[in-house]
Design a protein around this ligand. Structure first.
Ligand code: CA
Length: 435
């Protein structure tokens, strides 16, 4: 089932939180993404909030004040938890009911509540990981990324024959997923240049970002029971931005024959707000249109609904500032702009494939899409592609060049949905400065 457009997406809706009504806000009343925060410099436990304009609506406070009483007890309880896992576990009906309630509560058609204890300015808050992430799986769902990377390593056969049949993934490390803004330490690892005979242990010299979209699992599935393509989106809570930081020199030496390991597990950054599938309903569209000589997905990965509505018209961008750019007060430079709708596999196909062997997904598990790259120059989702493995460095506004990331570089990922007749919504930012 695909979420449908309803009264919560009405572009005429306004909020009594004024900043939410400003054009270009990532968090208008039509968005209502969930996250976990605490007031900075305070030791109170993490609590659940909803981004609205430049404020956070404190759901624990709302619950304590009886402002959520119309909702089922289970939803009220989940709103007082220290992470989103309990709300995720309740499934789509619960998050949808909460969304409808909050849409009405925050609407300018209602008088603002007498208390101001329920709003926290986002700049005052510490934004945390939104869920306890039990497992993290990273796919490889952009055929353009797979082809571009394949060309660098296997010019004769860039795309391996399994790619168009099986959504490729590796099992990532959940423990090193960090919230946006966490500094990224350059990893040390085994590297061996082609002209060297033995590897050495040394700091990574080819540090890279990967622009990805993350999907948080909502309701889980029982071990041994696969999720069908028709049911897949019932198990999705929402999306965020993911930067799968990658050490290319470590990766090149270690990845065969079992795939990525320490080149990836040193850090993965995610954005703090989870945009629900309900919020994304107006921005759904066709899945990737395969050319006539491409095979159709196997039946378990194929459905008419997924083909017609499985895509998400989500624009994605990568921005960079160097330390020198910041010293000179220069604005960030955009390195990439692409569309999530260009992915070869949809979110539903990735999730369905993941469970096809009976593997159980649990609430709060994170499934990332793999690097999002398009077909054209300027759409590459990582430096490995855009600099051709470092052979064609980029030039920054200061005149500095970059083959890979240097100390002090800040990478910011952004995402937003924009479509005629609907209010723009954003995913916010995913940031990290590398050492
Ligand atoms: Ca990746």
């Amino acid at each position: 089932m695909i979420c449908t457009v309803d009264a919560t997406h009405d572009p005429n809706l306004r909020s009594w939180v004024e900043s939410a009504n400003q054009a270009g806000s990532d968090f208008p009343i039509q968005n209502l993404p969930f996250g976990v925060f605490r007031r900075q410099h305070q030791v109170d436990p993490p609590r659940i909030g909803v981004a609205i304009g430049d404020q956070i609506l404190d759901l624990a406070a709302c619950s304590q004040l009886g402002l959520l009483q119309e909702l089922p007890d289970s939803v009220q309880m989940a709103c007082t938890a220290s992470n989103l896992n309990p709300l995720m576990a309740l499934g789509r009906m619960a998050s949808s009911a909460l969304r409808h309630h909050l849409s009405q509560f925050l609407s300018a058609a209602q008088p603002p509540p007498a208390t101001d204890d329920i709003l926290v300015p986002m700049t005052m808050a510490e934004l945390l990981l939104p869920a306890t992430i039990g497992d993290y799986t990273d796919f490889y769902a952009s055929i353009f990324h797979a082809t571009n990377v394949g060309k660098l390593f296997r010019p004769d056969q860039p795309l391996l024959p399994n790619y168009k049949y099986v959504p490729i993934a590796y099992h990532g490390r959940a423990s090193s997923i960090v919230s946006s803004g966490t500094p990224i330490h350059r990893p040390i690892g085994q590297r061996k240049a082609p002209n060297e005979t033995v590897p050495t242990l040394a700091p990574c010299q080819m540090l890279d970002y990967e622009l990805e979209v993350g999907c948080f699992v909502g309701k889980g599935n029982t071990l041994g029971e696969a999720i069908s393509i028709e049911q897949a989106e019932e198990h999705v809570f929402g999306l965020c931005l993911v930067n799968d930081w990658s050490a290319r020199d470590i990766q090149a030496w270690e990845y065969q024959p079992l795939g990525p390991f320490l080149a990836k597990s040193f850090a993965t950054s995610i954005s703090p707000w989870i945009i629900t599938l309900e919020a994304l309903a107006p921005f759904r569209g066709q899945a990737f249109s395969r050319s006539a000589d491409d095979p159709q997905p196997l039946p378990y990965l194929n459905s008419a609904t997924n083909q017609q509505q499985g895509g998400i018209n989500l624009r994605l961008e990568v921005w960079l500032t160097s330390a020198q750019m910041r010293q000179q007060n220069l604005p960030p430079v955009r390195l990439s702009s692409s569309s999530f709708q260009q992915m070869y596999w949809t979110v539903a196909q990735m999730l369905t494939h993941h469970t096809s062997n009976g593997c159980n997904l649990r609430p709060g598990d994170l499934i990332a899409s793999g690097t999002v790259s398009g077909e054209l120059a300027g759409t590459e989702g990582c430096l490995l592609e855009s600099t051709q493995r470092g052979s064609k460095p980029l030039t920054l506004p200061t005149g500095e060049t970059r083959a890979f990331l240097l100390a002090g570089d800040e990478v910011t990922l952004r995402g937003y949905c924009e479509q005629a007749e609907y209010t723009r919504i954003g995913l916010g930012e995913c940031r990290g400065i590398v050492s």
